[in-house]
Design a protein around this ligand. Structure first.
Ligand code: ATP
Length: 499
């Protein structure tokens, strides 16, 4: 089973210290969330699993960590200043604001066979009788575009200009943006990485980092927030090989999610229709997760977890000084570099095509939490929540529990076992309740193993290892414990062929 809805996870996440509403003591900040002690471990484990799979386990990959604030010209030539827009509409009655395209999608689901539609005015098709989700009225402003990039200013404002010396004069007090994707930091470093690491195409550059989008309607917990983290990789290939390599990456990425324990029943590939494609994309396939299982209409249960785009040579060309228009005018008069690639073997120069798998850390965290959620009834007929997280992702790998917390020898032995495990895994010591309560708590936060130290342990130097999923218990010698747990935490990697 998996979670019946996102609300179940919101409440578990708050109760058990995974995720808290941000700035809660000041009334919150519309859909911003803070990761608590267990959430930060889970999210770090997701990022580490991705990095290992994407970078360390391959021979054709490098990683980088680029700045969040880039020269604003990056966003001019990437096309984001002009086109990174969402259409929005306002309800005249209650003044709520919505994404016109999202409301229209809902409308088309609920009015599939009805007669001619009267469209409102504005930049996108938007049925005038769409009902406001907040107040039910159908009184809309015209739809208009809203740029999603967060603006900021570099350095001091104009009044303090003279006192600031460390920012380029041309940008001083000027408008800049928080990056809305990590990808552009990779493109502008293409040559730096390729030449310093002596890479030949095909190869990839991976990056994990924060991105910012001034979303019109954030919501659904950590699914859509204005500040979030992305795991992106740009894979540079020879034009002509792009379509084959793109397909290989789609399969490879899908398999990564199943290797994290996500059920294929809750994953689906979605081919973006032409009219949905971003300005740079030749083809994009999304991996969707069943984030909304409670919705009656199956088609509406799914939403994007990862996008895998064929970005063509759009970005490298757009940031290059060489390309010219029909009249011989440079398309990018500001760039000082040409980001083309010279193939020594064939003596050809070309702009590589780019295949981009882009996933959200936060959405992956949400998907693994939803998928791991299960309920079980114990022998006293009580309902227990068991979070069947993949051992690699579990925030805590082993909880060491003393059966009697008033027995110094037992407590001492349990603490010593915790210390012996901590160099190789996240282990905790817990004596804050009876053993039944402690097991229930560890099940609910997804700890694969509980290790119980009892009176017998003092004599036979052995402990009880309890398995989260089966609740089976096994007696293990303390001297074998570390190796025993390490072996069970590291199931052999699945054989997945690489593109
Ligand atoms: P959506 O259509 O849901 O707005 P997108 O297609 O704009 O997403 P991409 O630009 O492809 O998203 O970004 C890659 C990934 O980054 C997405 O698959 C998603 O996991 C994550 N992501 C994008 N926007 C957000 C957001 N506002 N909050 C959390 N994660 C996000």
């Amino acid at each position: 089973m998996s979670a019946p809805n996102i609300e179940t996870i919101v409440s578990l996440a708050k109760r058990r210290g995974f995720v808290f509403p941000s700035s809660e003591i000041y009334g919150g900040l519309g859909s911003a969330w803070d990761y608590g002690p267990l959430g930060v471990e889970l999210s770090n484990n997701v990022k580490q699993a991705w990095w290992r799979w994407m970078v360390h386990e391959r021979d054709d990959m490098e990683g980088i960590d680029s700045s969040i604030i880039l020269n604003p010209l990056v966003w001019k030539y990437s096309g984001h200043e002009a086109t990174f827009n969402d259409p929005l509409v306002d309800c005249r009655k209650c003044k709520s604001r919505f994404r016109a395209d999202k409301l229209q999608e809902e409308y088309e689901h609920t009015h599939p066979t009805e007669g001619p539609v009267i469209y409102g005015t504005g930049v996108v098709s938007f049925a005038a009788d769409n009902k406001c989700p907040n107040c039910g009225a159908s009184d809309w402003t015209e739809s208009r575009y809203f740029n999603l990039m967060f603006e900021t200013r570099i350095g001091a404002t104009a009044a303090e200009k003279d006192e600031v010396g460390d920012v380029g004069e041309s940008l001083l007090g000027g408008r800049a943006y928080l990056r809305p994707e990590t990808a552009q930091g990779i493109f502008i470093n293409f040559l730096n990485v390729q030449t310093t690491m002596r890479r030949k195409v095909p190869f990839g550059i991976a990056q994990i980092g924060k991105s910012f989008r001034n979303e019109v309607t954030p919501g659904n917990f950590i699914f859509r927030t204005r500040e979030f983290e992305q795991m992106e990789m740009e894979y540079f290939v020879r034009p002509g090989e792009d379509e084959r390599v793109h397909q290989e990456w789609i399969d490879y990425c899908y398999n990564w999610f199943t290797s994290l324990g996500i059920s294929p029943d809750n994953l689906q590939l979605y081919e973006q229709p032409k009219e949905e494609l971003a300005h740079y994309a030749k083809r994009t396939v999304d991996i969707h997760y069943r984030f909304f299982p409670e919705r009656e209409d199956e088609a509406r249960q799914w939403d994007e977890l990862m996008g895998i785009a064929n970005r063509t040579d759009f970005d490298l060309k757009a940031h290059s000084k060489k390309p010219e228009d029909a009249e011989g005018k440079r398309l990018n008069p500001d760039s000082t570099e040409d980001l083309s690639y010279f193939d020594e073997a064939t003596k050809e120069r070309f702009y590589p095509y780019v295949i981009e798998p882009a996933a959200g850390v936060n959405r992956t965290v949400l998907a693994v939490l939803m998928d791991a959620y299960s309920e079980k009834v114990n022998d006293k007929n009580e309902k227990r929540v068991v979070l069947k997280l993949h051992p690699r992702l579990a925030p805590i790998k082993a909880a060491i529990l003393p059966l009697a917390k008033n027995k110094p020898e037992i407590v001492g032995m349990a603490k010593a076992i915790k210390r012996s495990l901590q160099p190789v895994m996240r282990a905790v010591y817990d004596d804050t309740g009876g053993i039944g309560k402690l097991y229930a708590r560890q099940d609910e936060i997804g700890t694969p193993f509980c290790v119980t130290v009892d009176h017998q342990s003092l004599e036979d130097e052995a402990v009880t290892v309890r398995d989260r999923d089966t609740w089976e218990q096994e007696r293990v010698k303390v001297s074998d414990l570390r190796e025993h747990l390490e072996r069970r935490l590291q199931p052999p990697p699945a054989e997945v062929s690489q593109p």
